[in-house]
Design a protein around this ligand. Structure first.
Ligand code: LMR
Length: 392
């Protein structure tokens, strides 16, 4: 039977990750997969995480299953982090998931179960797993225009024109902050307009927030989500703790569903049942680290300091690359890099040009020219700028 299997198509991000690992050159820059790297090019375990883990080692006396939806204390801590009291907790159903990906998958499964006719509207471009997860869960999806590559800003006319095609009950997938891959986010006016539009057209927002704290700050990055939460009856949220807690491999994520109080119990039960049908009980280690940090004053302060350091570093690398490109190109055509936020921006380029960057210069970007700013170092910035000026 297995001889009938076709080799799977490798995700474009994972393909770049693999090619980089195979490259034996010493002068190379990994701007592919979205992981944070420090000045020495490593992805460190955060000090607050180490301390929380130590505390768990010292105090945890069982590893018995939690609950199908994970530990309610984790839900509570994440609700405070994401929503900061903007929503009555009686309106929140939640389940721990296997990372942000697991949360998006649960969201798709929930949408499919609740309304098989719903279409999920997904920005162009987006994180490729969004489309994949909709497809494999059998959820209909359609693209909406989002990014204007000419200006590095939002294609508002295209976005509204496309979203006007949505039918009542459809779901609009939005990036809470640090849009992946464009680094271009909705501004407060856009969020207000979005809330009005969604309400008027009976659409449900689904906010994927995987980079809270990497843009402008923990509260600033969640402001759009909090606004929607305060305005809308129903919001689906998928959140990841992979990036802002550096817990990539622990798979700590959560799905949260805001709904009218009368619906919460059924949604909560459904989320548990969906977990049961795929992983039974969600992983707990990462979730417990997150909850320990968020609920302890000292650890939380330490974590926030470390997260601010990461954010400042990414933002200063953005400025450094924009400056180096201005010098190398003699123009401001990459000036948008300094304005955008989060790990990613899109430099553009054909597949051939991206391959040339990789093969000739050892610079690994994802197709379309997505680059991970957090993969740069002050040493690789000039190298990348020279190569980009030459190739793009
Ligand atoms: C990325 O976009 O590079 C990250 O979210 C990692 C991944 O799983 O794709």
């Amino acid at each position: 039977m297995f001889n009938r299997l076709a080799p799977p198509k490798l995700d474009p991000i994972l393909k770049v990750m693999q090619l980089y690992r195979q490259d034996t050159r010493t002068e190379k820059a990994d701007l592919g997969v979205g992981v944070y790297k420090d000045t020495s090019g490593i992805t460190p375990v955060m000090r607050a995480v180490k301390a929380a883990e130590q505390r768990l080692v010292d105090t945890q006396d069982t590893k018995v299953y939690t609950a199908l939806a994970g530990d309610p204390a984790f839900h509570d801590a994440m609700a405070d982090l994401l929503l900061a009291g903007t929503v009555d907790k009686a309106r929140i159903a939640a389940a721990a998931a296997t990372g942000g990906t697991g949360a998006v998958r649960l969201a798709m499964e929930l949408i499919k179960a609740a309304n098989p006719d719903a279409t999920v509207w997904i920005s162009v471009p987006t994180w490729p797993n969004h489309n994949l997860l909709a497809t494999v869960t059998g959820v209909a999806w359609k693209p909406y225009r989002y990014y204007d590559a000419e200006t590095g800003g939002i294609d508002r006319a295209g976005m509204w024109a496309d979203l006007k095609q949505a039918k009542p009950g459809d779901v609009v997938l939005l990036h809470g902050c640090c849009h992946n891959p464009t680094g271009t986010d909705l501004n407060p006016d856009d969020w207000a307009e979005m809330a009005r539009f969604l309400k008027a057209n009976d659409l449900i927002p689904f906010v994927d927030i995987a980079y809270q704290g990497f843009g402008a700050g923990l509260d600033e990055d969640a402001a759009g989500l909090r606004y929607l939460a305060s305005e809308m009856d129903r919001v689906i949220i998928a959140a990841s703790a992979a990036k802002n807690f550096g817990l990539y491999r622990e798979r700590a994520g959560i799905i949260m569903v805001l709904c009218p109080e009368g619906e919460t119990a059924t949604v909560q039960g459904t989320l548990g049942a969906l977990n049961r049908a795929s992983i039974s009980f969600p992983p707990d280690h990462g979730a417990r680290i997150v909850q320990t940090i968020l609920t302890d004053e000292t650890l939380r302060a330490q974590w926030e300091t470390e997260l601010a350091e990461m954010r400042d570093r990414v933002n200063s690398l953005r400025r450094a690359l924009a400056d180096a490109l201005r010098d190398a190109c003699g123009s401001d055509r990459f000036g948008f890099l300094a304005e955008q936020r989060g790990m990613f921006s899109v430099l553009g380029g054909t597949d051939e040009q991206i391959a040339r960057l990789r093969e000739e210069f050892g610079i690994y970007a994802v197709g379309g020219g997505r680059v991970n700013m957090a993969g740069l170092t002050l040493e690789t910035v000039p190298l990348v700028a020279r190569a980009v000026a030459q190739v793009l």
